[in-house]
Design a protein. Sequence first.
Lengths: 113, 114
Amino acid sequence: DAKTTQPPSMDCAEGRAANLPCNHSTISGNEYVYWYRQIHSQGPQYIIHGLKNNETNEMASLIITEDRKSSTLILPHATLRDTAVYYCIVRVANTGTASKLTFGTGTRLQVTL
Amino acid sequence: SAVISQKPSRDICQRGTSLTIQCQVDSQVTMMFWYRQQPGQSLTLIATANQGSEATYESGFVIDKFPISRPNLTFSTLTVSNMSPEDSSIYLCSVEEMVGQTQYFGPGTRLLVL
């Protein structure tokens, strides 16, 4: 699986959009971009994933560049409860074959008043 | 998504003892996994729990230390054997309903070994 690079930490004011970048320059054509977050040692929570098109759900939006070498997770209106470590992971998916999740060090997002 | 529970949620154990952690899912799933998260670190995959056969272990993890059972499609156990303080970690179970689909995680078991 391709490796990802994320900034170690970011701050965001409550109510503002949090934009979390991820670089995955070696991503393969059949690899999806997945985002998880982990709030203070709880189990990781799935947020969103995508292949090439931008995706949006009730939690966040995922913007993937046209060359797929980078992506941005957007939390449109961050709250204090969004303070967590955010992991960007690339993996092969939906092929019927097993593909591991390899967690890097993630981005620690601190939302402040 | 599947609802995943783990027991115990936390425990404090003495070195040299063993602890068995249970993972229960509210629906049948194809894949079940066990991860370890050491203090201040990211998650590391221990093994894939295979139903009806031996688990598939990642490099650095062995069956004698981390025996795993998976008797059916909704349940798995991980045993941490002959514990030492270095085994103090959060142990997490995760599942995929179908192979290669989104993986969901349980709440974790926080283990402290004295």
